[in-house]
Design a protein around this ligand. Structure first.
Ligand code: MG
Length: 308
């Protein structure tokens, strides 16, 4: 999960002195959404978190998306020129098929730690430890529809009888953990979480591609998409953030991000499937720190794509 960067530099400074370093505030009871005198890490996310966790609308949306993805996968498998990776062109029938999926808020549902961070007033500086502790619990539920989609995808084949392999390109970071000698305990945890959801596979460890697992596997996911594209026809891509699909949008402006969306307008809902995540993401980073100003500025930069 990407840290929410609506944090003002001010908040970080305030947290340094006002907040505890191990998950919850010390002293007076935590004020939801507040880190001392500053906004907490997930501040402002109450409605988004409740929508993702407590609404039938969210479940209906995600299950609908995965049903559409399943139908698209069947169509894409039958067409050897079909790809969800812009760098792949021509007859791709020499390559076995694959699907790329993000993990957080695409396959695994993290509304629970979002709610806890809101209630606890978790500070920005506390986020990495709180997040790693959540990953280590290995207990995230599946995003509705995701598990069924993955099982269905793995049961499908291309016209040459080659099964679909599902790769998970995630910005969960390989990082040392106190008390663990594993090189990437987060990979072990994520695999165990998927196994607990009935999503084991003989190649699961290799299917999981974490940030920092290799030197060029940075938060920008392009290198990992290219690593998959070297050996597989990427039939579908499923994520919750524009950066799961497109390079160079993680720190782009709102207008530039939308131009990138429009450049592949025909792919959304056909080759690329976006799972809604109102809680966090690069969309929020692009809005900057002053969300009231973003509200006042209006929606002008997002609209219909130009006719080509
Ligand atoms: Mg995600």
């Amino acid at each position: 999960m990407r840290p929410l960067r609506i944090a003002l530099a001010l908040a970080l400074v305030a947290c340094a002195s006002a907040c505890a370093t191990s998950g919850t505030q010390t002293g007076p009871a935590a004020t939801p959404g507040r880190c001392g005198d500053a906004p907490a890490f997930a501040a402002g996310g109450e409605r988004a978190t409740l929508w993702a966790r407590n609404s039938s609308e969210y479940r209906a949306a995600t299950e609908g998306i995965f049903a559409g993805a399943r139908a698209a996968l069947a169509a894409g498998l039958a067409d050897p020129a079909w790809t969800a990776e812009p760098s792949q062109t021509g007859d791709l029938s020499a390559l076995p098929p694959a699907v790329i999926m993000d993990i957080d808020e695409t396959v695994l549902d993290n509304a629970e730690p979002q709610a806890e961070m809101l209630l606890n007033g978790t500070c920005f500086e506390e986020f990495p430890a709180v997040w790693d502790a959540w990953v280590a619990k290995r207990s995230a539920p599946a995003v509705p529809g995701a598990a069924g989609f993955i099982r269905a995808a793995r049961s499908m084949q291309d016209p040459s009888g080659r099964p679909v392999r599902v790769f998970f390109i995630t910005n969960r970071e390989c990082a040392p953990r106190a008390g663990s000698t594993a090189a990437c305990p987060q990979q072990d945890d994520t695999a165990a979480n998927l196994v607990a959801l009935g999503l084991d596979s003989p190649t699961l460890a290799d299917d999981l591609m974490l940030r920092g697992e290799r030197p060029d596997w940075e938060s920008e996911k392009r290198a990992r998409r290219q690593a998959v594209a070297a050996g597989y026809r990427i039939v579908l891509n499923v994520g919750d953030d524009l950066a799961d699909f497109l390079p160079g949008v993680r720190r782009a402006t709102v207008a530039d991000r939308d131009a990138a969306r429009c450049a592949r307008e025909a792919w959304w809902g056909h080759r690329w499937f976006m799972v809604p995540n109102p809680m966090y993401g690069s969309w929020l980073v692009a809005l900057g720190d002053d969300l009231e100003a973003a509200l006042a500025a209006g929606p002008a930069v997002i609209g219909d794509c130009p006719r080509r």
